[in-house]
Ligand binder design. Structure first.
Ligand code: GLA
Length: 414
């Protein structure tokens, strides 16, 4: 499959950006052509911040829920902390009329009015669709109506589109190329290119979010199609095991993240389900370390103060939003403890020490090895959850509660 990548990229670049040079056998030249033809990204210069309806409301979301959530983003201080996008996920879609124009269903009586309301709060609004005939929840998708839908979104004032593969797999890829995985992947890439081109043609700056669960190393080709973020895994759930599994699957993807284009380990579950405060803290800290989109997914009107405090921790948000946009790497693991490091602007670093295990380290502390991070102690830093100054010494014992994290910013590492 990889052998075909260069041809594929050139073909897709031509689809996405109009006429380009003849398909090349060379991936990097195909990339250069695509890059030269694409305007510099106007959006997503930092990891996206906002809220999405799916992780709490699922298919029940209504116009009122979106308005209430927008109100709460402002009232809770989240807007001041950087949360901007209010994203409607699946189940807003109605049916198409005789001209193919998509209408909303009765839960969303007037999308333009809703977009105006969200904009009036100084926020931006996102929407959801699928390249397939149906969305994941079985609502109307954009298949065969890509340009029409993109124009409709722009006319409504939409600022962000999440495009979710779903029914395109069985209804198009598997039907049209039943025994040919490479052809299926080519069709998938072309489908994303088509919507990327349609969104670009509207002239409106619209964030393009690819949701196809990381298939076919999406991080290698999404930026050329105008993708600003792409899911790297299947769906998150509000359970520590799932959050930790997704976290562990991000190692190695660092080089694909940067201003304008980000790995997306899925939306936040902070405040959802039964995760402990430590688990919520660790989840939020690590998404910040990963330069991941910080898209809250909880019930904002009923948010507990301790959850609001996690979501609005400005020091942690600053790690995520650092202008270098360098995703953290897992530098080493020892048993159940992982040590991650992220390079920040001005030569600073953030270090995260995470206890993924049980209570074992309460009886035998973990010892931090600064040399493995390329650092020399003692180092003065700020503990971003207590706000206190800490000193990191080589081989120092650390007792971390189960599933908790030590997150330290060091302004002047050595
Ligand atoms: C898929 C996506 C989710 C959500 C649902 C909606 O499962 O991965 O994030 O958008 O579809 O149906």
């Amino acid at each position: 499959m990889r052998i075909h990548r260069s041809l594929l990229l050139a073909a897709v670049a031509s689809l996405a950006f109009g006429s380009v040079a003849a398909p090349s056998q060379n991936t990097s030249s195909a990339r250069k052509v695509a890059k030269a033809q694409s305007a510099p990204p106007q959006v997503a210069q930092k990891p996206l911040m906002g809220w999405n309806s799916w992780n709490y409301f699922f298919g029940k979301v209504t116009d009122k829920d979106i308005r209430d959530s927008a109100d709460q983003i402002v009232a809770s201080g989240m807007k001041d902390a950087g949360y901007v996008y209010v994203n409607i996920d699946d189940t807003w879609e109605g049916t198409r009329d005789a001209d193919g124009v998509l209408h909303t269903n009765s839960k969303f009586p007037d999308m333009k009015a809703l977009a105006d309301y969200v904009h009036s709060k100084g926020l931006k609004i996102g929407i959801y669709s699928s390249p397939g005939p149906k969305t994941c929840a079985g609502y109307e998708g954009s298949y065969g109506h890509e340009e029409q839908d993109a124009k409709l979104y722009a006319a409504w004032g939409i600022d962000y589109v999440k495009y979710d593969l779903c029914s395109f797999i069985p209804e198009v890829m598997q039907k049209q190329a039943p025994n040919d995985k490479a052809e299926q992947m080519r069709m998938m890439v072309a489908a994303y290119a088509k919507m990327g081109k349609a969104l670009k043609a509207t002239g409106r700056p619209i964030v393009f979010s690819l949701c196809q669960y990381g298939w076919d190393a999406v991080w290698e080709w999404a930026p050329e199609l105008g993708g600003n973020l792409w899911r790297t895994t299947g769906d998150i759930t509000p359970h520590w095991d799932r959050v930790y599994a997704i976290l562990s699957q991000q190692e190695g993807l660092q080089k694909y993240a940067g201003p304008g284009h980000w790995n997306d380990p899925d939306m936040l579950e902070v405040g959802n389900g039964r995760m402990s405060l430590a688990e919520n803290r660790t989840h939020f800290s690590m998404w910040a370390m990963l330069s991941a989109p910080l898209l809250a997914g909880n019930d904002l009107p009923h948010m507990k103060p301790e959850i609001r405090d996690i979501l609005t921790n400005r020091d942690v948000i600053a790690i995520d939003q650092d202008k270098l946009g360098r995703q953290a790497a897992r530098v080493y693991s020892e048993g159940e403890v992982d040590v991650w490091m992220k390079h920040l602007s001005g030569g600073a670093v953030a270090i995260a020490v995470l206890n993924a295990g049980s209570d074992r380290y309460a009886t035998h502390p973990f010892h931090l090895n600064l040399a493995k991070l390329g650092l020399h102690g003692p180092l003065q830093g700020k503990d971003l959850w207590t706000g206190k100054t800490v000193e990191l010494k080589d081989n120092m014992p650390l007792e971390l509660p189960s599933h908790d994290i030590l997150l330290v910013r060091i302004a002047k590492p050595r």
